[in-house]
Design a protein around this ligand. Structure first.
Ligand code: HEC
Ligand code: HEC
Length: 638
């Protein structure tokens, strides 16, 4: 029955003969593993067409939907993460396979007559694949892709002759933005795959015309048919490639950094690893001095030109040796530059912090999208209004010149000062001149103020005003003396210290304070006003002797002592206290005339102040992210 149908069909389309022709191609010298690379490339390309098609069904190219649709693919769509992961790693596999295929062709001298044209077709295919990678990198419209691709369009802009025109054409206008995205998408999913298909078909057709190029030394063995020995080897190689791609797609996954933000320059911009060598090459001083067009166009163009001439150079025995040495030299050089770039980045603490921040933003955008949904103006606005994202940045800009935050500037960077000129720049860590605010307002902070005052405020010693050290007055002031006098009594009565701290923590009503132990806080209040400890010891003076204090919702003040440089403890450490303090720390309710901190009322917009304060008191959607100084490889260059 089936045989009958097959005969019927064969009479009409002749598929048996086609199949026979395809499979019974003789392989002189027998099947070999070294011929598998071309087949694996075709296999990976088909994988890309299939996964690319599925990604296309959910992707939406516009500046306010691209990141959002990739987020949807990655986090909402069933198995979307897997399809995207495969597409991502298959693209990288293609680069490696291209390299191997090229290496095998050159070493075997398979570019020699009559295969020159096919060699050139292969070079064109290589350019198309590079183009696909480049255009694909931009499509998620995340910080990483946005800034890395900008480097590429800038390179296009220095093309000799008509650079600006090419750049405009690629960008879709004078600026880099929305139309860059739509064009890159049209190239990535439209023109380039079609070109690849056309050139690949031509490449394979020409290949079949001449057959495999088999080095002489293999010809001693008898020829075999393509089927089944070579097909088996090809299939195993394809499966191995697929397994590798799946391994990475499942264990690592494709990253999605934060939504592209044109207003937030991204200092960690790097191209994908296979372009890293070029990136590093351009950073050499000598190359940099020659101009971007020389480094990024003339020199690579000349190197590629020599590759294109290989079939002609290879006519001579010595020429072939030159070709092999040249190829190995290029690959070795590229490998060296890649390793150099990676190891420099690994030791660069600033770069590592920028990478960590980008990663955090990406994760955070996902957390926010999952908690609140994505608003119509796009996911970027989630990050823009998020205290956990913006607070650290505002702190780094406005506060970190004096205060540190757990030893860094708020965003996870060490605060550095750069001195020197030109190429002799040296960056050195800056000593803080005010308290580290990493745990400001926490119970730990309250406790330290009472029993470790000198330690908390030690950085004020670094404030220098000519001969004066005005900050030292904090270390000799009333609170410092009080702490010295009462440290022993409080450490001997830890329950009382805890009660005082609980009472203070209650004042701020901070979202990050957790549960307040009300009975304990009440005991603390008694000590606060009476100055008597449970053991019968008395504090040198009660807090209310100096500080203003009014309890939440109370009509009466517990005590009123404002205006003498003694900060009010009403709502201490909470959002309202902090906001008022930052706006004007020299107000009579705070440090008064003793103040050494700038007034920020006019330096921060109300929105910035709000984001900063809400971050400091923990008033934001909970996060799994942490901000810390990244560990770097030894050397620690900046
Ligand atoms: C020019 C240096 C300087 C800058 C900039 C600065 N401060 Fe201060 N700040 C101080 C000094 C000095 C003190 C008092 C002594 C201390 O805290 O070590 C202080 C005190 C504080 C306090 C009271 C808690 C404490 O440590 O006694 C808070 C809270 C505070 N600053 C927050 C900020 C914030 C938020 C910013 C950024 C918007 C900022 N400061 C910017 C110098 C500065
Ligand atoms: C002798 C007066 C005096 C007494 C008593 C006193 N303080 Fe203070 N306190 C100060 C002064 C003055 C400052 C401001 C910093 C400075 O000038 O050293 C201060 C600062 C503080 C601050 C830090 C505000 C900031 O900068 O963030 C806290 C918290 C605090 N006191 C809590 C207490 C508590 C709790 C008690 C009682 C257990 C207490 N103080 C007792 C005078 C006093």
């Amino acid at each position: 029955m089936l045989a009958g149908l097959s005969n019927w069909l064969d009479d009409r389309i002749g598929h048996r003969r086609l199949l026979h022709d395809a499979l019974y191609e003789p392989v002189p010298g027998g099947a070999r593993w070294r011929y598998v690379w071309g087949s694996t490339l075709v296999f990976v390309f088909v994988t890309q067409m299939i996964t690319g098609f599925f990604l296309w069904t959910a992707y939406s190219p516009s500046t306010i939907t691209a990141w959002e649709s990739v987020y949807f693919i990655q986090h909402e769509l069933s198995y979307g993460w897997l399809v995207r992961g495969i597409h991502h790693f298959a693209a990288q596999a293609m680069m490696i396979l291209l390299g191997l295929h090229f290496l095998q062709v050159v070493i075997d001298g398979a570019y020699r007559a009559p295969r020159e044209v096919n060699f050139w077709l292969g070079l064109i295919l290589m350019q198309i694949v590079l183009g696909l990678s480049l255009t694909g990198y931009l499509l998620p419209w995340d910080q990483k892709g946005y800034y890395a691709t900008q480097v590429a369009t800038n390179i296009a802009g220095v093309t000799p002759g008509f650079g600006p025109e090419i750049q405009q054409m690629a960008q879709g206008g004078t600026g880099y933005g929305h139309h860059t995205l739509t064009r890159f998408f049209a190239l990535h999913a439209g023109l380039l795959p079609v070109l690849l298909l056309v050139f690949m078909t031509a490449h394979i057709a020409v290949f079949r015309r001449h057959g495999l190029h088999v080095p002489h030394r293999f010809l001693a063995k008898p020829a075999e048919m393509f089927w089944p020995d070579q097909v088996l080897r090809d299939a195993i190689a394809c499966l191995a490639v697929l397994a590798t791609i799946l391994y990475f797609a499942i264990t690592r996954g494709a990253e999605l950094s934060g939504p592209a933000d044109p207003s937030e320059a991204y200092s960690a911009a790097r191209p994908e690893w296979y372009f890293l060598f070029l990136f590093r090459f351009l950073k050499f001083e000598a190359i940099d001095a020659m101009g971007l067009d020389v480094g990024a166009i003339y020199i690579p163009g000349a190197l590629m030109g020599i590759i294109a001439l290989m079939p002609i150079i290879g006519r001579w025995k010595l020429g072939h040796r030159f070709n092999v040495a040249y190829t190995l030299g290029l690959l070795g050089g590229a490998a060296y530059l890649t390793v150099l770039a990676l190891s420099e980045d690994k030791a660069n603490i600033d770069y590592q912090a920028a990478v960590a921040e980008a990663h955090r933003d990406g994760q955070r955008a996902v957390e926010l999208a999952q908690a609140e949904g994505i608003p119509a103006q796009g996911a970027l606005s989630l990050l823009k209004q998020d205290p956990f994202t913006q607070g650290p940045r505002i702190f780094a800009r406005a506060c970190s010149s004096c205060h540190h935050y757990n030893g860094h500037d708020g965003t996870g960077r060490i605060v550095l000062v750069t001195t020197g000129k030109g190429h002799d720049l040296v960056s050195t860590p800056v000593e803080p001149t005010a308290a580290d605010l990493g745990n400001f307002g926490s119970r730990e902070w309250m406790s330290d103020i009472l029993v470790n005052y000198h330690e908390v405020f030690a950085p004020v010693k670094n404030i220098v005003d000519g001969e004066q050290k005005p900050g030292e007055r904090f270390l000799t002031g009333d609170m410092a003396s009080w702490s010295t006098d009462n440290k022993e009594a409080l450490t001997k009565n830890p329950e009382d210290l805890k009660a005082l701290v609980e009472f203070l923590a209650q004042q701020g009503a901070r979202p990050d304070a957790g549960e307040i132990d009300a009975p304990l806080a009440l005991k603390g209040q008694e000590i606060f006003t009476g100055g008597m400890l449970k053991s019968g010891d008395a504090l040198s003076s009660a807090c209310t002797d100096c500080h203003t204090m009014k309890l939440p919702n109370a009509e009466e003040f517990l005590s009123e002592n404002s205006g003498s440089g003694v900060p009010t403890l009403e709502g201490y450490g909470g959002a309202i206290w902090l906001r008022r303090f930052i706006e004007n720390p020299g107000h009579a309710d705070f440090y008064g005339e003793n103040n050494l901190m700038p007034v920020f009322a006019a330096k921060l917009t109300p929105d910035q102040l709000d984001l900063l304060v809400r971050w400091m008191v923990g008033d934001y959607i909970p996060t799994k992210q942490t901000i810390h100084v990244p560990a770097v490889a030894s050397g620690g260059g900046h």
